[in-house]
Design a protein around this ligand. Structure first.
Ligand code: FAD
Length: 343
């Protein structure tokens, strides 16, 4: 524990700052490290300026190795890229991944392990933490000291500062919306070494990959889009959601939805924004027919500019909105679709 005696804790904090070595679980797609994992890298940087950061990438095939090359030149603090090439890791199955993370940690003795709070990170981290017998800290939004973090509680209505007092490693998941990837570019000559991970002890998991069903869309990913247009129960039907899609098309935006809209079957649940959906913080968030329940606000209140259209002037969404329009959403959508030119 670093609590208790002021002087001792300061010393410990100093030595931690000096000796921090962090393992970042890096997700990748299409040969590149995903933006959410670059945010995890930014969180690792926030732990200690002299942090030695190792990135762990898993999967199989050429895209993995291309992503490893990207990872190796992603940040000056990256001192090593660990690549685990196996069919068993080609899909985001938490069992083999937890085993991998556990064995990499046992070998490397890192002081911190960071993953992003994506569905993969949320699935992996607690399993790996259980194997290592430590307690993970989830949904970190700020790093105050190497072992002191801020995380939201009560659906984002309060922020809690927590101190990790357990054994190494301090394992945490971070909210990528709270850590902007750094723009530091590496010089051509400074590329971190890439090391293959020994996978001989990886056992066959109890789960197997069946298939992935996803919608083919040209639009940006909801979690990273700079503009999100969201519809609530006020949209009234799946058919009417097409109006929002048209608006999204014109704005280059992602479409989001409330849980009520998802439960009513208007859209699939991967569009849900909120406490039990995705957490977003775009430059512009437009909400149509959304009442603004706290569970919804938990997923979007950090957006830079919030626009709300609702026919009820007392709807709670107006309390967080920068621009509010008390109006019928269908009239507003109709006008917007006419006035905004195609992209
Ligand atoms: P409603 O609350 O029914 O609001 C519809 C709004 O549309 C109203 O304000 C109405 O005035 C307006 N409207 C209707 N017609 C028009 C029109 N023609 N023009 C303009 N405005 C119109 N919800 C989430 O969204 N995300 C979550 O992750 C989430 N997690 C939850 C977790 C738990 C444990 C629980 C208990 C609930 C959760 N919820 C979540 C549900 C949440 O409490 C609300 O029920 C939900 O967000 C309401 O969705 P809504 O705003 O679309 O619907």
């Amino acid at each position: 524990s670093s609590g208790g005696f002021g002087g001792t804790s300061r010393l410990l904090a100093l030595s931690l700052r000096r000796f921090a070595s962090t393992l970042v679980v890096a997700e990748h797609e299409g040969g590149f490290v995903k933006p959410s994992s670059l945010s995890a890298l930014a969180a690792a940087e926030a732990i200690a300026k002299e942090n030695k950061i190792s990135l762990l990438l898993g999967g199989s095939g050429p895209a993995l190795h291309k992503a490893a090359d990207h990872a190796a030149s992603s940040h000056p603090l990256v001192s090593e890229v660990l690549v685990a090439d196996s069919e068993a890791l080609a899909h985001p199955l938490a069992e083999p991944w937890a085993e991998l993370l556990c064995s990499v940690q046992q070998k490397g003795g890192y002081s911190h392990v960071i993953a992003s709070s994506t569905s993969f990170g949320k699935n992996l981290l607690p399993r790996a933490a259980a194997l290592l017998d430590v307690s993970p800290i989830t949904d970190v939004t700020a790093v105050k000291e190497p072992r002191v973090f801020v995380r939201p509680i009560y659906a984002g209505n309060a922020l809690c500062t927590v101190k990790y007092t357990g054994e190494d490693p301090c394992m945490m998941s971070i909210r990528s919306t709270s850590f902007s990837p750094t723009n530091e570019t590496m010089s051509e000559t400074k590329v971190a070494p890439i090391t293959q991970v020994d996978l001989s002890s990886l056992s066959e998991g109890k789960s197997s990959w069946v298939n992935l069903t996803s919608q083919d869309t040209e639009r940006p990913d909801l979690a990273n889009a700079s503009v999100v247009v969201t519809g609530g129960r006020g949209l009234k039907s799946a058919e009417n959601f097409k109006l929002l899609e048209q608006l999204a098309e014109k704005l280059g935006a992602a479409v989001g939805a409330t849980r009520a809209a998802v439960d009513a079957g208007y859209v699939p649940n991967d569009l849900q924004v909120g406490q039990t959906g995705k957490i977003v913080a775009p430059e512009l968030y437009m909400a149509f027919g959304v009442s603004g329940a706290i569970q919804h606000l938990a997923g979007m209140r950090d957006s830079k500019v919030i626009v709300a259209v609702n026919k009820d002037a007392d709807a709670p969404i107006f309390q967080v909105a920068d621009y509010g329009l008390v109006a019928d959403l269908f009239e507003v959508l109709d006008e917007l679709l006419k006035k905004i030119p195609d992209k």
